[in-house]
Design a protein around this ligand. Structure first.
Ligand SMILES: O=C(O)CCC(=O)C(=O)O
Length: 311
């Protein structure tokens, strides 16, 4: 397996510089030097518990340090924000759902997550003036801003999103491992998520193709901004009690996006259509005797490779 460090850029990046120098490369960058504002010294557990208040938040509660969305080795629970912050910032708690050392993860949501998009600015108004978010996109392209707060030593599953994204680290450190979209066929995808949960110690008997991926790594320190281009797989793990925000924006023409998408991870409309057509093609192949099915399946795969893969 080849391992690269994510390329770093120091210095404040404005919209124009982002569009000229970073966006066209379609690869992740770790940007440091943007002044994120007072959140950098204010946002600790006591302050957030005071200011964030009693609003109820929906959480992932895990008894293991690697959450797996496919087998769902965690539970969804609800707590007042204040209580969540107290618990997530401690390593052991007197009040708990399953065990004293359980871990907590917040991905903030819209008020009705099926219909509403997460917007940190609206859902946490008391915190808005503390942060000066970078804006690398046109305001009209904004999609969502998501507050992410995690217990230390907790990892979320490898997945991709369909929009460009900046992951902004405010408190604590977070390790991020990324894989290029061109490694999609080595990651054993189920929908937008990889079935490989332990990327540091993978079961290569079960997932042999994972041995040939190229891995891009970085550790985000407070103040760092990670640009994650759409379709880049990312696996994020808080090393400490961690507070961050990520912002998604529509970098393509709006007509590509599914208007029912509230998470930024529904496949682009033509891709979803292609998937449905492929399901029909597979069904049609299933009408053939096995050896013909195999033959025509191989021909279809090479047609797709020849016509669609980037050279
Ligand atoms: O930071 C995290 O915990 C997850 C971030 C993420 O999934 C994203 O930015 O899309």
């Amino acid at each position: 397996m080849v391992v690269h460090q994510v390329e770093k850029i120091n210095g404040d990046i404005n919209h124009q510089k982002f569009i000229q120098d970073i966006y066209p490369q379609r690869k992740p960058f770790l940007i440091s030097g943007h002044d994120l504002g007072p959140c950098m010294h204010k946002w600790n557990a006591d302050y957030l518990a005071d200011v964030g208040g009693q609003q109820m938040v929906k959480l992932h509660v895990a008894t293991q340090d690697k959450m797996n969305f496919i087998t769902k080795n965690f539970s969804y629970k609800t707590l007042p924000f204040k209580e969540f912050i107290r618990r997530a910032s401690a390593t052991e708690n007197q009040h708990y759902f399953f065990q004293p050392k359980e871990k907590y993860y917040l991905r903030s949501l819209g008020n009705d997550p099926r219909k509403e998009i997460a917007n940190f600015m609206e859902q946490f108004p008391a915190l808005v003036d503390d942060i000066n978010l970078p804006q690398y996109y046109e305001s009209s392209a904004f999609f969502s801003s998501v507050l992410r707060i995690s217990s230390g030593n907790l990892q979320i599953w490898t997945h991709y999103d369909v929009m460009d994204n900046t992951l902004i680290q405010i408190t604590g450190r977070k390790r991020v491992v990324l894989f290029s979209p061109q490694d999609a066929s080595n990651l054993y995808l189920q929908g937008d998520k990889s079935a490989i949960v332990d990327i540091d110690n993978p079961d290569l008997q079960k997932y042999p193709k994972f041995a040939s991926v190229t891995r891009y790594e970085c550790v985000l320190e407070p103040g760092d901004i990670l640009f994650i281009p759409a379709m880049w797989f990312h696996n994020c793990g808080a090393l400490d009690f961690s507070i961050g925000i990520n912002v998604f924006w529509r970098h393509l023409d709006y007509s590509y996006y599914d208007s029912r998408d509230t998470y930024g991870n529904k496949d682009l409309l033509p891709a979803a259509r292609a998937n449905q057509i492929l399901d029909r093609a597979i069904k049609a192949l299933g009408e053939l005797p096995d050896d013909y099915k195999d033959f025509y399946a191989r021909r279809l795969v090479s047609k797709i490779e020849n016509l669609c893969y980037l050279k």
